[in-house]
Design a protein around this ligand. Structure first.
Ligand code: ZN
Ligand code: ZN
Length: 701
């Protein structure tokens, strides 16, 4: 047994003296020995200060403040570090107690605990199963197991029994005790238990790392922590196991295949119920399913992560692209097109070869004739790479010809097709792909122009998001990370310029979710991030703008300033949609396939009730097409209800029903999508005028 747990037992008997009665009394009692006892000064967020004896824990301080807080406290922030409630102070400290009100932290702690409870439950039910890792995730947790060969991988059928066992573990309310162990002890312990994975892992932890084990009753796991004080702090009704999948040990295909169990975990039953409703809603909106129903695109294994756009899907793309072009033209951008493949030397110079090579598709400059020279391409080949980003190519355009300060700013835009070699497992529909088209642009400007350029960009982005149905978005400023290039001075002015631009645009307000995120900038520059809120409350980071002085330096971009000397321009990298693929995926899920009329692939279908109306339907169709409306006629000999169902599934926004009567009167019965049987009878001219107005893109209205 490690030292810390012996210490914990000792502490449990003594804390009341120390924390409640004060230092002098405790010393006078001689309980811990007056000479050996150290005292620490603990400062609370309200500014109050407490003296405590060595061995006192944050839980003790909470209890000393009051029984309510003792019950509510979940963990502690000690000098900024999240820790167990029962881990004794090691010196003077700033202490903040974490309760369920600190939702993000409380959730993360609970999810990590759920992962441990899951592992313990699985080992209780399936002896011989080995444990590996189990982190918290955005909505819950997972744990990777190595089941015994006889047992085989877990399946969804196992989940109810495991959930039940997890509830039993929670009900036992075992304290989660942190123990410091020696590395060899841990290894020996796990080897004895037949836990090869944990035994392997502990030997690879950094030498300086304090190795901790967490004990819950008789069960132990190697873990950094922190954890809640006991399993009973978890709400047994606030989690659900959701699915199982395969996962390689340490994410490497060469290693053993493990069995991963996922769960979602929350602080209470209500949160879980809300989450499950959101999941259901999200499943209904899944862009892959709607993409198939509407025949927009498909993906197949022969082109992992690259989208096959079908005619209907590409109509959405073309509308969006044409819209963005009009917006960029009006905002003073010049559009360019740059090479798809460039020499490795170019990528070396830009720094991508060193930092980014594993994500790049690399190809030989000249492919040997396989008959004469054999099929092997050697390491001596001259290498080229598919561009993972457009930035270096835009600098190369900027460098053509001498630029003067009067030429700046220069705004180069490109609907740039990029490739990144993402692992298959990371791909997700059209939201995470390998080939994507950015709405990319780079603004080359002087330092004194940054604020104004960024402010103009904010106005452009705001107009685009509103037009596309996202009036709610949040602006974040990601500040300098710990590991970074460039001088402190550069970071100071670039962060301040971005901040000033947001203030100048009047968007430094809570309704824009305005906040600064320390440490989250890119290694070469700070950036503004834009997060959209969709119809079911999910957020998506899409747009970004960042300042950059590194790439102009590396690629030797310069302009002649007023003083006649060469100066480096600042480069602003910016995107509004991010990529067309992902943005269309977000649009599909946000609108659940019911696109605003100007984006809808098919805007109206003329459907006949009887074949006598066929000629009339063709006339109506011709008038719609003449007005530029994307329309089709459905003259099939099918029941009208059948036609309605089919076009509803394809999310056709307007169904125009025509029968004998409409043909005689020169009218149509308009049935907008989702209005069931409600319909409105209109003259053809009135209908065409109404749809044409509604189908006009927002920037042209
Ligand atoms: Zn853990
Ligand atoms: Zn860029």
């Amino acid at each position: 047994m490690g030292r810390a747990s012996a210490f914990a037992l000792h502490r449990a008997g003594t804390w009341r003296n120390a924390a409640l009665q004060g230092v002098e009394e405790a010393e006078a009692s001689g309980y811990m020995g007056p000479i050996m006892t150290k005292h620490f000064t603990i400062r609370l967020p309200d500014g109050s200060v407490r003296q405590v004896e060595e061995g006192t824990t944050p839980a003790d301080v909470a209890a000393a403040i009051g029984p309510g807080l003792a019950k509510a406290a979940l963990a502690a922030r000690v000098n900024g570090e999240l820790r167990d409630l029962n881990r004794p102070f090691e010196g003077d400290a700033e202490l903040a107690l974490v309760t369920a009100r600190d939702e993000a932290e409380a959730l993360e702690l609970a999810r990590h605990d759920f992962a441990h409870v899951l592992a313990e439950a699985v080992q209780n039910l399936f002896p011989g199963t080995q444990i590996t890792f189990g982190p918290s995730t955005d909505d819950g947790f997972y744990y990777d197991f190595a089941p015994t060969p006889e047992r085989g991988p877990f399946t969804e059928e196992d989940l109810p029994a495991i959930e039940e066992e997890m509830r039993r573990v929670i009900a036992r309310d075992e304290p989660l005790i942190r123990e410091v162990w020696a590395r060899d002890e841990v290894r020996a312990f796990f080897l004895k238990q037949g836990e090869a994975f944990k035994a392997e892992w502990v030997m690879e932890l950094p030498a300086e790392e304090t190795i901790t084990m967490y004990r819950s009753g008789g069960w132990l796991d190697l873990c950094r922590g922190p954890h809640l004080a006991s399993t009973g702090k978890l709400d047994p009704q606030a989690f659900k196991l959701t699915r199982v999948s395969g996962a390689y040990w340490r994410g490497d295909q060469k290693n053993a295949m493990l069995s991963r169990i996922y769960g979602t975990g929350w602080l209470n039953k209500k949160q879980l119920a809300e989450h499950l409703t959101r999941l259901e809603e999200a499943a209904k909106r899944d862009h892959r399913r709607i993409g198939q129903d509407m025949d927009l695109f498909h993906l197949q294994a022969e082109a992992h992560g690259s989208v096959f756009w079908h005619p209907q899907g590409f109509i959405i793309w073309r509308q969006l692209e044409a819209y963005m072009r009009r917006r960029l033209d009006a905002a003073g951008y010049a559009e360019v097109k740059t090479p798809q493949v460039m020499d490795a030397r170019q990528w070396e110079q830009s720094g991508h070869w060193g930092k980014y090579r594993e994500n790049m598709f690399v190809i030989p400059d000249e492919v040997p004739n396989t008959e004469e020279e054999g099929p092997v391409i050697t390491g001596d080949a001259d290498w080229m790479a598919l561009k993972p980003m457009n930035c270096p190519a835009h600098v190369l355009i900027f460098r053509q010809g001498i630029k003067s300060y009067r030429d700046l700013p220069i705004r180069l835009a490109e609907m740039g097709v990029c490739h990144r070699n993402e692992p298959h497992g990371a791909l997700h529909g059209i939201l995470r792909v390998r080939q994507f088209t950015q709405d990319d642009a780079h603004i080359f400007c002087r330092e004194d122009q940054i604020v104004d350029e960024v402010r103009q960009f904010l106005d452009l982005l705001d107009a685009v998001y509103r037009d596309l149905g996202f009036p709610d978005y949040q602006i974040k400023l990601a500040l300098r990370p710990e590991k970074r290039f460039g001088s402190e001075e550069m970071w100071d002015w670039s962060e301040q310029s971005l901040r000033d631009a947001v203030v100048a645009s009047g968007r430094d307000k809570p309704e824009f979710g305005w906040e600064e995120l320390p440490g989250e900038g890119a290694f070469y520059a700070p950036k503004l991030e834009f997060h959209l809120t969709d119809a079911i409350g999910r957020t998506w980071q899409v747009g970004t703008i960042q300042t950059d002085t590194v790439l102009p330096e590396r690629l030797d971009a310069a302009y002649v300033a007023e003083d006649g000397q060469k100066h480096r321009p600042v480069m602003l990298h910016r995107a509004i949609l991010g990529s067309f693929e992902r943005f269309i995926g977000i649009l599909i899920e946000h609108h659940a396939g019911r696109f605003p009329l100007w984006l809808a692939p098919v805007q109206a279908v003329v459907a006949t009730i009887v074949s006598e109306a066929d000629d009339y339907a063709r006339e109506v169709l011709a008038k719609l097409e003449a007005a530029g409306i994307r329309a089709e006629a459905d003259l099939r000999n099918e029941k009208i209800n059948y036609k309605v169902r089919e076009h509803s599934l394809k999310k056709v926004p307007n169904l125009l029903v025509v029968g004998k009567r409409e043909a005689e009167e020169g009218t149509v019965a308009l049935r907008p999508l989702g209005t069931d049987a409600r319909q409105e009878v209109l003259s053809v001219d009135a209908l065409v005028a109404r749809l044409a107005a509604e189908a006009t893109p927002p920037d042209l209205r």
